[in-house]
Design a protein around this ligand. Structure first.
Ligand code: NAP
Ligand code: MG
Length: 486
């Protein structure tokens, strides 16, 4: 596997690359159906690449209709004959086993995640994979306590869940979906995003090793049309989708009028708000984390920054200074702050928005850093002189691009922050607790962070309002969409 990167940046730290020698990857992956690896009936495969080098890592099967039918059938049979008959305590044991195996193989999972997605190793190692394991641990604990979780409501499992995940947090989004589904007693057919299938396939190996009964979890890989076949299948009882608002709307139309339950975790355009009384250095670090973390490939990214006018100049200077010190480059280097954009397609989207921002009359700033010649890269970017109506202030870019606006009063910033079709997340930076409580109750967002940003925990529910979707994942709330009640 060729994973050497062409360093052309002005590095002033020695390279500190994570080793890749310990990972075990196949060159070709089949579908994981009924507890076995099966060739796709379509006979088709597609390549998954490393976006930092553009080298192929492996071929992955493309599931067609016959494969999706086989996966749903395996999940239904496993539900009817085994999983729905097991006690919660027994289900919990399997989920704990999966959690422990992910922990044991955490280093391998992190390296594969970074190779396949372009995200920096520091994040996959310290955030994605530990949090994925934590979700399995957390929901394992609920499996035998559902009657206590929902007292006097007699919770019952639904059946087969079709789950579809995006490429920005591949393994973490899978954990958010599979762990509560199994704890609640359902079986699963899951499709990862086409550009980041490898950790899902690694998880299939873990599931085999954990001895989970055949068919309880099936992993089918493929493009969007494979996802559509899953959603439309008559034997699917629940659809859990994380992805773009556009695809979320297509899915909601296709399941309208059926009995299928749904959870939609969709796009966002979060406001990060800095008041003049905020600890400014901390706030600037939080803004950097909020938008440049994971290359801005974050549904809850703080992509709109609102700064109180009196501190605008100083915040802008601090932000630019900090941007100059960000390392853009090899995701496998432990010093890197900003890795590769996940795909050429996404890089084109981001570059189009940068052009749109300039054409709309906003002023652009990018640090002087150089970026590698091969691979997909975008410098951290900020726009000032942005109008509320500009597309860069209204539409989700899903890249490291920040649009800055100013405000004078609390009411003004609440109006501006809520002026978007989305409602996923927001951030507030202030020294005043009363201001925090006022804003958290008035901002129309599923999550509002105060004096921090992008913090996740398995016990805490996550999800959106308006066009950011419906239903919650995480916490007790994350169990409910996988249950029905008498
Ligand atoms: P996407 O294009 O909507 O794709 C998401 C998943 O859906 C992928 O597995 C995709 O397969 C599949 N898909 C595409 N078309 C489909 C269809 N017609 N029917 C069923 N499945 C279909 O989104 P993305 O570009 O991967 O991810 C970025 C988006 O996800 C952003 O909008 C982001 O805000 C959102 N997101 C939201 C949350 C949240 O919790 N709210 C979390 C993370 C990401 P392919 O990969 O093969 O296209
Ligand atoms: Mg890839």
């Amino acid at each position: 596997m060729k994973n050497k990167i062409d360093y052309s940046s002005d590095w002033n730290l020695d390279p500190a690359p994570e080793s890749t020698g310990h990972i075990k990857l196949k060159t070709k992956y089949n579908l994981f159906i009924g507890g076995k690896w099966v060739k796709p009936k379509s006979g088709k495969y597609f390549a998954t690449i490393n976006p930092a080098t553009e080298h192929k890592i492996a071929d992955v099967a493309e599931a067609g209709q016959a494969d999706v039918d086989a996966a749903v059938k395996a999940a239904k049979t496993a539900y009817d004959t085994v999983w729905s008959k097991l006690s919660g305590k027994e289900r919990g044991k399997y989920i704990y086993r999966i959690a422990r195996l992910i922990q044991e193989k955490a280093r391998e999972f992190s390296v594969i995640e970074s190779l396949d997605s372009g995200k920096v190793i520091r994040e996959s190692r310290d955030i994605d994979i530990p949090l994925a394991a934590a979700h399995f641990f957390y929901y394992a604990g609920w499996a035998d306590k559902l009657e206590y979780a929902f007292p006097n409501r007699q919770p019952k499992s639904l059946g087969v869940a079709a789950q579809i995940t995006p490429w920005n947090f591949p393994m973490l989004m899978i954990a958010w979906k599979i762990a509560p589904a199994l704890a609640a007693g359902n079986t699963v057919v899951l499709k990862p995003a086409e550009t980041t299938s490898l950790t899902a396939l690694k998880l299939a190996e873990v599931i085999q090793e954990a001895g989970l009964p055949d068919g309880v979890v099936n992993i089918v890989t493929g493009y969007g049309k494979t996802g559509a076949m899953m959603v439309e299948h008559k034997d699917v009882d629940k659809v859990a989708f994380t992805g773009s608002t556009g695809v979320g709307k297509i899915i909601m139309k296709s399941i309208a009028g059926t009995n299928k339950k749904s959870t939609m975790e969709l796009g966002g355009k979060a406001a990060n708000i800095i008041f003049e009384d905020a600890p400014l250095d901390q706030a600037v670090e939080g803004i950097i984390n909020g938008i440049y973390f994971n290359q801005g490939h974050v549904c809850c990214a703080g992509s709109r920054l609102f700064v109180q006018e009196s501190v605008y100049d100083v915040v802008l200077r601090k932000l630019k200074d900090r941007m100059e010190s960000l390392y853009v480059g090899d995701p496998m280097d432990k010093n890197t702050d900003i890795g590769a954009i996940n795909s050429k397609k996404q890089l084109d989207v981001i570059n189009d928005y940068i052009k749109i921002g300039k054409a709309e009359g906003a002023d652009i700033y990018q640090p002087k850093c150089k970026i590698p010649k091969k691979g997909f890269w975008c410098k951290p970017t900020l726009f000032t002189n942005v109008a509320q109506s500009n597309r860069i202030a209204q539409e989700e870019i899903f890249g490291p691009v920040l649009a800055i606006q100013t405000f004078r009063t609390v009411d003004e910033v609440i109006t501006k922050a809520n002026n978007t079709p989305y409602g996923l997340s927001a951030g507030v930076w202030t020294d005043k607790g009363s201001k925090v409580f006022n804003l958290t109750s008035q901002l129309k967002a599923g999550v509002v962070w105060a004096n921090t940003y992008n913090k996740f925990d398995p016990t805490s529910p996550f999800g959106g309002y308006k066009e950011s979707g419906h239903g919650r994942e995480g916490g007790l709330h994350g169990l409910e969409p996988y249950l029905k009640f008498d």
